[in-house]
Design a protein around this ligand. Sequence first.
Ligand code: NAP
Length: 245
Amino acid sequence: MLVGFVGSGNMARALALGFGEPALFTDHGSGRAASLAELVGGEAVASNRELGERAELVVLAHKPAQLEAVAREVGAAPVVLSLLGRVTVEQLAAAYPGAQIVRAMPNTASAIRAGVTCVCGAELAEVEALLERVGTVVRLEERLMDAATAVSGVAPAYLALVAEAWIDAAVGQGIPAAQAAVLVGGALAGSAALLQARDMDTLAVRREVTSPGGMTARGLRVLEHAGLRSAFADAAAAVAGPSTT
Ligand SMILES: NC(=O)c1ccc[n+]([C@@H]2O[C@H](COP(=O)([O-])OP(=O)(O)OC[C@H]3O[C@@H](n4cnc5c(N)ncnc54)[C@H](OP(=O)(O)O)[C@@H]3O)[C@@H](O)[C@H]2O)c1
């Protein structure tokens, strides 16, 4: 299935790398379409109209505000995969009458085929197989898509911030930055694998490390007092709540 990306920014790049096959690309004048075509194969096409005519699957990888303008340029498209945050299947169907619409919320870990993509809308085996190539696919009711954005869409940014803070803390305790990065990277990867191997039984994993009154218990208490849980809850509400843009 020939994929055409309308928009060649960060998310298009991650998905195109993960899909790992030549595709068509457009941009809004930056030249990123040509760079991406050079990186993954395929070609930068001259217009969204040409992309709409040639692609079997049109991936909307531009910003949500450009929905109507882009749809007028693309014209009739048989299958549309939208990555646009907060844009509903109903709005997409109004912009692309007659098209089969899949709404997805991926994350940039798709680039290394370790993504999580939440989907709703049309159930199309070929599109889901493509998304499964770049990681785990979770079908959700549409009303939960904004909440899913607040969990998996944002995840690489959250974990990058956590890793940065953790490395800084290690450096503060005297560990050289390069080694601190190895420790934190290994800790994140190993702990994620351990949690998954235990079916995400977070309490069991935590108890195994936490002796009563011991060092881990002291660290956990500081994180709880610093508001770790409420910080995650507030961040989820900020992402999933009413748009401010
Ligand atoms: N980034 C993420 O982690 C992530 C995760 C999940 C979903 N998303 C969704 O993915 C979409 C893209 O996000 P992004 O982070 O990749 O944005 P981005 O890096 O800013 O890329 C946006 C791309 O759209 C292009 N564009 C704008 N207007 C266009 C037009 N009329 N025709 C063709 N291309 C056009 C831009 O062109 P220029 O290069 O010329 O500026 C740019 O290549 C958003 O709707 C976002 O909600 C993003």
